[in-house]
Write a protein that binds this ligand. Sequence first.
Ligand code: PAF
Length: 285
Amino acid sequence: MIRIYTTQKDYNLYRTNLTHNSVGIVATMGNLHEGHLSLLQKSIEENTVSVVTIFVNPKQFGPTEDFDKYPRTLDEDLNKISNIALHASAQYPEKEIVVFAPKNIDEIYPIGFNTIISVGGVTQSLEGAKRPTHFDGVTTVVYRLFKIVNPSNAYFGQKDYQQCIVIKKMVEDLSININIHILPIIRNSDGLALSSRNQYLSESERSIALHLSRTLKQIEMLIKNKKDYTSLISDELRNNKWDYLEVLDSKNLAFPQNQTKELVIIGVYKLGSTRLLDNILVSNL
Ligand code: PAF
């Protein structure tokens, strides 16, 4: 059984009785896939209470982006969560799974809400350069969700790698007492990283999309074999539809230095109006 709350007031009534329990949050915009469910599984393993939030956050979409057509599938999402809860209850009868799915935008942004949480530095490149208001929208909503849910642990998917780094920086800079866990990308058997936006792809685009993960893998092999990868990147940027394709320091998304321990190979591939994000982490030692 899962508990479902659509208002802060009702969630708060529940939350105030939980003082001694660890709470994990899995923040989502719904349309849940195996990637989201892997975060929930981890949260269930590590917390007494796991809260999945479902809210399509208007503030992180630019004016010409897909806010209106973003897939809203609450009933299917609740079924998937209930299914996980059913399995979890056999293994962990004491654990609880909660969904916070505000129906009304005022639950997150009350009338007159006029605050932006804005992280500098790591938000300026990659996605931030292409979508200038995006990360302010993400950090503002994640901050709100953290305040409402009051978790001890938060689980995010590595697929949105820059988002993870930005959220970590917000938590560090604002001394927010929440552990951020970044969990590996879940892929289809052909290598395509799972994403709610994959469903925008036509059959033919779907197979072209595999070029993204294959290119990242090729770069990974070059790095592992200590070979030059820069000419492959230049060729790709020249000949294919990349928004960006870079190899950076995984810690801060800066240009790698000799002392960089781990690299992130990160790229966005454009297929029609759909932008597909992917990345691979690789040791630099
Ligand atoms: O990754 C997402 O789905 C969203 O950016 C998040 C973290 C739920 C904030 O709306």
